[in-house]
Design a binder for this molecule. Structure first.
Ligand code: ADP
Ligand code: MG
Length: 590
């Protein structure tokens, strides 16, 4: 920029100004300071970290660790820009194993706050304190480091204005601590807020840490993930679709122990859940991806929360398939859906007033592992007389038990070894049909069933255009359709296994589904929607009386179907109310 037509003059900026400008990228708010200081404490090999926060971290952030400390001769360098003990060569940069490596955090923080550092190595006689001006004085401290940041942005008031209220900033700080704590269960964390201890998480295993940090309810609504090969490993927890209650469940994702927000990972998670979640719901999870550091670039942004994978497709595929596999567990090994929510929802006041503790009445589903042949034999034995022997060995009872009746023509009531099972007949049948379609969709010859009389369907121009655009997708599903005029289609065959369907309504619903699909939907996403429409259309209605034979047939189909525990929209298809839960309802034993 030039003023008054004067020739611009280029000057090197003073160091302090360079640091302040660069600080903008590292220090966005108190929680980003906290994140950097925690990373340093972790890199120093600490096993105990204490965090003191005042006024949301704006007034004070103090991190005390018991790590390796900084030698007196190095203290000045620690505060210097581009000075780091963590990498020395480009080669190191390509396989970073520490959280920090850019050597700029302390310098950046020191340039926008009042920073002081006291540190003592394990071999030093005593600790040393360094002031922001670089002055060294002896101090007292056991081995470790205490970094104190006071009055963030005291010298840059314009930035101060962008900070939110102390409670908001405090919440961001807690989030930053949670992330590090999840990734480092071997480190104990103590947090104090405005002089009062608020959290203490002793070192423990990863599951205990998850419970400490995200709570028991989170843990209980998840399945464990632990899969991998030589190149990639994924472990952690991912929510069962039926347990996902809000649009924005917490997603914590880590790459080599580093918390990241990565589009590739997020997309893979979303894709894995897609046909089991509706709308914008997003699955909660805490997932740790381990990958050869040489295959991922962490030096993408100063805040280091973004990464770039050398082969992002492979990472996407791996995460997608790993989660699919975890979610595919059928009823054979599925835990019962969260009964506490169901039962206590049904009897909220009763439960609380009586102090029944129904929330604790959680049943443990015992997999009964019967083979299809056993099922068939058992069906023979039980279907005509659906009454169960009281003490029948549980191995003879299939997981979903035997139907004993139907409730208001909508729910199947069954009993198994644990108690009573309620099945949403429409949702369950829909799921069974959906999975069936999924197994055949895209085969070169998907099984079809001819209609006794071909059905002519008259459509408007938009529907006809939609059909033309997507006729391959109808083929792939197993529909055979021909054209009998500009606005008339004739349906000759429909996908096998759907039973009796109203072909005209089905075609119209499918075309409507395509019109409602977002323009950017992938072929796979559209296919899933089409299969969903077919399944919903052909499933037993919610108002439909069934014979015991039909009910039991549905139960056996569910047992043989992957992901039968929930309908296509993520709602449960069945719930188990076990005997202790029922006894508790009647105050049994009190
Ligand atoms: P980086 O972490 O990228 O190396 P920093 O500016 O965060 O850069 O820290 C500079 C250096 O100071 C680190 O490389 C490390 O040697 C030292 N250091 C900082 N904090 C600690 C700590 N808590 N314990 C031991 N050494 C530390
Ligand atoms: Mg650092």
């Amino acid at each position: 920029m030039s003023f008054n037509n004067q020739q611009p003059v280029i000057r090197a900026l003073p160091d302090h100004l360079i640091s302040q400008i660069a600080a903008g990228e590292v220090v966005e708010r108190p929680s980003s300071v906290l994140k950097e200081l925690l990373e340093n404490a972790i890199d120093a090999g600490s096993t105990r970290i204490r965090i003191d926060l005042e006024e949301g971290g704006m007034r004070l952030i103090r991190i005390s660790d018991n790590g390796c400390g900084i030698d007196q001769s190095q203290l000045g360098l620690a505060l210097t820009r581009h000075a780091t003990s963590k990498i020395t060569t480009l080669d190191d940069l390509e396989r970073v194993a520490t959280m920090g490596f850019r050597g700029e955090a302390l310098a950046a923080i020191a340039s926008v706050s009042r920073l002081s550092l006291v540190s003592c190595t394990r071999t030093a006689e005593h600790a040393w304190r360094i002031s922001a001006e670089g002055e060294l004085t002896p101090d007292a401290l056991p081995a470790g480091t205490v970094v104190e940041m006071r009055d963030l942005y005291f010298n840059t008031p314009a930035r101060r204005k962008f900070l939110k209220s102390p409670p908001t900033e405090h919440a961001h700080c807690l989030e930053a601590i949670r992330r590090q704590a999840l990734a480092h269960p071997e480190i104990s964390f103590t947090i104090s807020r405005d002089g009062k201890e608020s959290h203490h998480w002793p070192a423990d295993d990863a599951e205990v840490r998850l419970r400490q940090v995200l709570g028991d309810a989170f843990l209980k609504s998840c399945r464990t993930v632990d899969l991998g090969n030589d190149l990639l490993q994924l472990r952690g927890w991912a929510m069962i679709p039926t347990a996902i209650l809000s649009d924005r469940e917490a997603q914590h994702t880590f790459v080599n122990g580093r918390y990241v927000r990565d589009k590739v990972i997020q997309h893979a998670i979303r894709e894995a859940y897609r046909d089991q979640l509706h709308g914008s719901r997003q699955p909660g999870c805490c997932l740790f991806l381990t990958i050869d550091p040489a295959l991922v670039d962490v030096n993408v942004h100063p805040a280091k929360t973004e990464v770039r994978f050398r082969d992002s497709r492979a990472v996407h595929q791996f995460i997608y398939h790993a989660l699919k596999q975890v979610l595919a567990t059928s009823t054979e090994s599925a835990p019962p859906i969260t009964l506490d929510r169901v039962v206590s929802n049904a009897f909220p006041t009763h439960t609380h007033q009586q102090g029944l503790g129904l929330a604790e009445v959680r049943s443990h589903y015992v997999s009964t592992q019967s083979s299809p042949a056993q099922h068939a034999a058992a069906m023979q034995a039980y279907t005509p007389a659906p009454h169960l022997e009281q003490n029948a060995p549980s191995s003879e009872i299939p997981p979903l038990g035997y139907a004993i009746g139907q409730l208001h023509d909508r729910y199947i009531v069954a009993q198994n070894a644990q108690g009573m099972i309620l099945i949403d007949q429409h949702a369950a049948h829909e799921r069974v049909l959906y999975e069936k379609l999924k197994n055949v969709c895209g085969l070169s010859q998907p099984p079809r069933q001819p209609l006794l009389i071909p059905v002519a369907v008259t459509l408007d121009d938009l529907a006809v255009a939609t059909y033309h655009e997507h006729h391959n997708e109808f083929d792939a599903l197993g529909l055979e359709i021909s054209e009998a005029g500009p606005n008339t289609l004739v349906v000759r065959q429909v996908p096998a296994g759907l039973g009796r369907v109203d072909a005209e309504t089905l075609i119209k619903e499918l075309l409507q589904t395509l019109q409602d699909s977002p323009a950017q939907a992938t072929l796979l996403a559209r296919q899933e929607r089409l299969m969903g429409t077919c399944a919903c259309h052909a499933a037993i209605r919610g108002q439909h009386s069934l014979s015991l034979l039909e009910m039991n047939a549905l139960l056996r189909q569910m047992e043989d179907t992957e992901r039968a525990d929930q309908c296509n929209h993520g709602r449960p298809t069945w719930i188990l109310v076990d005997m202790p839960a029922i006894d508790a309802l009647f105050l049994h034993g009190r």
